[in-house]
Design a protein around this ligand. Structure first.
Ligand SMILES: *Cc1c(COP(=O)(O)O)cnc(C)c1O
Length: 346
């Protein structure tokens, strides 16, 4: 028999109270609309097994994933009628899987509408493209007889530039209002996290926040009300003493100019801490900054311990993850910072 695993050297603390609070905030900002929850990409990297029970308990009843392969992990926590699959059915097998599980497909094209109806159909969601030109039927296709045969639960569209003060927002809103007038559906839905911050005009019957649930701040209106949820930590594997002239890491991009004490930390780009997050950045120990030295490796980072002379093997360092700041510093989007979170975190 394989024994229990020893303790991990990477962990992700999830502040469940902050996650619940973020959902309540977004639900309240949605006015008379109800907030759902996008939990695609394993709950934006935080783990669906951790986030769904918290969101469900807070009051969320509508969950969204992108792929069919994401369905089983989610159905371990909620009934199928609460789940929609955004990519919709690409094959007859997808359509059959939707019917057998009871999960709603989001229909994104006339081809998908036909597949769904040919498989026997039933309740589905419908995505209409109002300008993002990604997934969704075109507005001129809503009069197609195939669409008239759909049993539409949630009629939705998706905003392209809700995180900016762009005239595109009002254009998409107007286009979606037109669609809503012409297509019967149980309810309607337009806003993602940033869309919720645009105001109640954008909320319709159901909102679909993702990023802001997990601590992302796509618009200034959400600053101070959305709380950080994910707190990554990595353990020190070893402490070393460098002499003047010693270099650190691949390609020796850092060279010590005087003797110094450094720590080797169990975090690398395979864990989602990409190389672009290394330069001019630091890990933290009890609030003290430990600057990153040299290149980030696949499984390790080396930091300067001058600010933490008492550091020992096995001590935990915090990875600063205030998403707007980390995004600005690294050039990665807040979405990328979250969804890059590696699978070695416990
Ligand atoms: C991912 C996604 C969302 C959530 O968007 P956030 O910007 O993360 O709030 C909502 N709707 C659709 C269709 C999506 O693909």
């Amino acid at each position: 028999m394989i024994p229990d695993l020893p303790p991990p050297t990477l962990r992700l603390r999830i502040d469940e109270a902050a996650l619940a609070s973020n959902w309540h905030t977004l639900d309240q900002m949605s006015g008379s609309a109800k907030a759902g929850a996008a939990v695609k990409a394993d709950g934006y990297g935080l783990g669906v097994e951790r986030v769904i029970p918290v969101l469900r308990k807070a009051g969320a009843e509508d969950f969204f994933v992108a792929h069919w392969c994401e369905v089983p992990a989610v159905l371990a926590h909620i009934p199928a009628a609460m789940l929609s699959v955004l990519h919709g059915p690409l094959t007859a097998k997808d359509a059959r899987y939707a019917r057998e599980t009871g999960v709603r497909p989001v229909i994104n094209s006339l081809h998908q509408a036909r597949l769904w109806l040919e498989s026997g159909g039933g309740r589905c969601d419908l995505m209409v493209d109002s300008g993002i030109n990604r997934l969704g039927i075109a507005t001129h296709e809503i009069a197609d007889p195939l669409i008239a045969r759909l049993e539409i639960d949630t009629l939705m569209s998706h905003l392209a530039s809700a995180d900016e003060d762009s005239p595109m927002n009002a254009r998409q809103l107007a286009a979606f209002r037109q669609v809503v007038q012409h297509l019967p559906a149980r309810r309607t839905s337009l806003a993602n996290s940033a869309g919720i911050a645009l105001g109640e005009d954008y909320a319709f019957g159901l909102t679909r926040p993702g990023l802001a649930l997990y601590g992302g701040i796509p618009r200034p209106e959400l600053e101070g009300v959305i709380r950080q949820v994910a707190f990554p930590q990595a353990a020190v594997l070893q402490l070393r003493n460098l002499n003047a002239g010693d270099s650190v890491g691949y390609n020796a991009t850092f060279t010590a100019s005087e003797p110094m004490r450094v720590a080797v930390v169990s975090l690398g780009y395979a864990d989602g801490f990409l190389r672009c997050r290394g330069p001019d950045s630091a890990l933290l120990h009890e609030g003290r900054e430990l600057p990153i030295l040299g290149k980030v490796s696949m499984d390790m980072i080396v930091v300067d311990c001058a600010n933490a002379p008492d550091l020992r093997d096995g001590d935990w360092l915090n990875v600063a993850q205030h998403l707007p700041d980390s995004s600005r510093d690294s050039g990665l989007s807040q979405y990328e910072l979250l969804t890059l979170t590696g699978r070695r975190f416990r």
